[in-house]
Ligand binder design. Structure first.
Ligand SMILES: [Zn+2]
Length: 256
């Protein structure tokens, strides 16, 4: 019956109803999503992780999105750029909650790219682009954000080299991937091809490797200077809890 109702009602109505239910159920002030400024009793569970408070009920942000947002806000003049020179931002595989903010910001010249572009109905059209063959000139961007993309790319070194190529000389890139810090070396095996095997070996059916601590060296081998920023250690325990962050998460802030 539930499925029948779902199939008849337009998706927007279903989503609004879900948001309303979540609002009622999680109403509270213990956690705060800094991206959409919404407060809740706790965040929603997400994925197979044992952590139960992960996803924002309003904008859908996860720990990693909220960390990047706080980092951008704190370390860069990113959201309040009043200079006549806009920040030329390249955003690969744009997450909707970021897309909405970047595409509306007058201080940002926003370029969003995806191999399989989604329709977000915002001001910026998402360009279809292969990250191993980025269709822009050298040094075209002041800022690049590429989060949880490279673990999907078989030739990730080529993708890294392309990101390096299009980044301007003084530019900044935030290049995040899931990392297993118990591994010194990245684990990848070209013989692992099926979705079942990838799920088993890499934790996700679409991932083609599990990065280890040598992720930094891999970026460096493609030209980047990498600052592995333990930004989260600058935040208080209270704020880490309030914003729903993962204490082990590091930021890979790369320069040309
Ligand atoms: Zn949110």
């Amino acid at each position: 019956m539930k499925e029948l109702i779902k199939s008849i009602l337009p998706r927007i109505v279903v989503n609004k109803y879900r948001a309303y239910r979540a609002y009622k159920r999680y109403k509270g002030n213990s956690v705060l999503c800094p991206i959409c400024n919404s407060s809740f009793k706790k965040f929603a569970p997400f994925g197979t992780s044992q952590r139960e408070s992960r996803k924002c009920h309003n904008c859908g942000s996860l720990e990693r999105h909220r960390l990047i947002f706080l980092y951008l806000n704190e370390k860069f003049n990113f959201f309040n750029n009043n200079s006549k020179d806009k920040i030329r931002l390249l955003h690969f595989a744009p997450e909707k909650m970021f897309y909405n903010i970047f595409s509306e910001n007058n201080g940002i010249e926003y370029t969003a790219c995806d191999l399989f572009p989604k329709e977000y109905n915002g001001k910026t059209k998402i360009t279809k682009a292969d990250i191993t063959k980025i269709p822009f000139e050298d040094n075209s961007f002041d800022f690049i954000i590429c989060s949880h993309v490279l673990e999907h790319i078989p030739n990730d070194r080529l993708a890294m080299s392309e990101l390096y190529r299009v980044l301007s000389k003084k530019g900044d890139a935030i290049l995040q991937v899931p990392i297993d810090y118990k591994r010194d070396k990245t684990y990848e095996d070209p013989n692992i091809n099926s979705r079942e095997e990838r799920l088993q070996e890499y934790g996700h059916p679409d991932h083609v490797r599990y990065y280890g601590k040598d992720y930094k060296e891999r970026l460096e081998s493609c030209g980047f200077t990498v600052n592995v920023d333990h930004f989260i250690s600058t935040l208080s325990k209270n704020n880490i809890f309030k914003y729903g962050l993962l204490e082990s998460e590091l930021i890979y802030h790369c320069k040309k």
